[in-house]
Design a protein around this ligand. Structure first.
Ligand SMILES: Cc1ncc(COP(=O)(O)O)c(C=O)c1O
Length: 439
């Protein structure tokens, strides 16, 4: 069946998009299978970013489609308030098993933003419940992205996402970001320089008093802020400082989860276990929206001590643990396991690394960085027009056969984990051509 493209695009207020620019020259996608999207003019373009860092097992996976369809036919919906359905419990158990030790309780949400708000609220409520109600400060990091809820933008560190939205959460501080071209340009894998940047947390502790700090939230590898790879030793140091001061550490693994860095989670790759971990995106291969916050037993148990007929946490969503999302997630986890996709990503990492670093000599490239199946290619911004070069490259890639993502003048690549060496070559030759041919 041919897809009908509407003539009038005005009603849809598109997210994170210059609406007028897009509608003057739309890029419509009408199909997706495996590594490729199909455009409305019938071209196949390779997916260089797994949709939005989320279609980790590739597009159109039959097992996921069938799981959703059969669940919809069996039972479309049941709330998770005072009721249950088997798949949500099965999924929570599977996630607890996959996650690093102790992260064995799962609170379901519908997106990364909701997962983050859930994590922040649990952190605050945990301290209040354990006699530390003074611990109310939340610490994020510059250039961090934690979604678009008020909690997420408060701890987030991307200025346009914060300004213009009122007073946000009041008791928030930020660490500096870890990006440094002077020391770390063209690093392969984790940069050598920068572990000491974690000590900024000690400064914030000295300034505010540990007894007032609830939690630190970071993306183990920052994605939306421009692919910022943690320096060797940085996350370990952050963990140590949190432990020394009774501060909870939250890893936002919304993009780093589910094989992106060649392991189930970044926590596993780096050998650093947070107290709370947020996930979304690759959880369902993006087929149905779903997010979650995983917490350790110590946190969960702290809520289980009151009267048994009382709600322990006044928080939740109509669609927490939605049956369709649960079915999609279970089918997705099966694919990851059966096809060893996380190991596959780890196995491709060195080929990917060598291939992306070959783009070093192209015009305007000032840095290339990589980890797992992620790469950031940073371009010199045009004088007085930050982001313009990046946008032109995105459009040129779309026209010449690749779907990529840019953050300002940083190209972010994160292909589905089913990619192979030929796919890597295909993607990077299109990206290289676009960089070469863009002023
Ligand atoms: C690290 C991180 N956290 C949270 C989010 C928000 O997720 P969502 O858009 O599903 O709300 C994102 C989205 O890109 C993300 O990258």
């Amino acid at each position: 069946m041919d897809t009908v493209i509407p003539n009038d695009l005005s009603a849809f207020w598109m997210p994170f998009t210059p609406n007028r620019q897009f509608k003057a020259s739309p890029r419509m996608l009408v199909g997706a299978e495996g590594m490729h999207y199909t455009t409305s003019d019938g071209r196949r373009i390779i997916d260089g970013t797994s949709g939005l860092w989320c279609v980790n097992a590739g597009h159109g996976r039959k097992e996921i489609i069938e799981a959703i369809a059969s669940q919809a036919a069996e039972m479309d919906y049941v709330p998770s308030y005072l009721m249950g359905h088997p798949k949500a419990f099965e999924l929570a158990g599977r996630l607890a098993q996959m996650a690093p030790a102790n992260l064995d309780h799962v609170f379901f949400a519908n997106s990364g933003s909701e997962a983050v708000d859930t994590a922040l609220k649990i952190a605050l409520a945990y301290h209040a419940r354990t006699g530390n109600a003074g611990r109310r400060r939340l610490i994020g990091r510059a250039r961090g992205f934690h979604g678009t809820g008020f909690g997420g933008i408060s701890v987030g560190g991307i200025s346009p996402n914060r300004t213009g939205f009122g007073s946000l959460l009041s008791e928030v501080d930020h660490l500096g970001d870890t990006h440094n071209l002077e020391h770390n340009a063209f690093s392969r894998g984790q940069p050598e320089w920068g572990a000491h940047l974690a000590d900024e947390l000690e400064d914030l502790v000295a300034l505010n008093g540990a007894a007032n700090i609830a939690a630190v939230i970071v993306e183990p590898m920052a994605g939306a802020g421009g692919v910022l790879i943690p320096p060797k030793g940085y996350l370990e140091r952050l963990r140590g400082i949190c432990d020394a001061h009774g501060i909870l550490l939250i890893f936002d693994e919304v993009i780093t989860g589910f094989g992106r860095l060649g392991a189930s989670f970044a926590a596993e790759r780096f050998g650093v276990t947070p107290d709370i971990m947020t996930i979304a995106k690759g959880l369902t291969n993006a087929a149905v929206p779903m997010g979650a916050a995983l917490v350790n037993g110590k946190i969960f148990d702290a809520f289980m001590d009151g009267p048994e007929n009382m709600i322990e946490l006044f928080h939740g969503y109509t669609y927490s643990g939605h049956p369709l999302a649960s079915a999609a997630a279970l089918a997705t986890l099966d694919i990851y396991q059966r096809e060893n996709l996380f190991e596959r990503a780890a196995g491709l990492e060195s080929y990917w690394q060598e291939a992306v670093h070959k783009l070093k000599e192209l015009p305007n490239v000032i840095d290339i960085r990589n980890l797992g199946l992620v790469a950031g290619i940073e371009l010199e911004p045009r004088d007085g027009a930050p982001g313009a070069r990046g946008y032109d490259i995105l459009v040129r890639c779309f026209e010449t056969g690749a779907f990529i993502r840019v953050t300002g003048d940083i190209i972010a690549l994160s292909p589905p984990l089913i990619i192979d060496e030929a796919g890597i070559d295909e993607l990077l030759s299109i990206v290289a051509g676009a960089i070469e041919n863009t002023e």
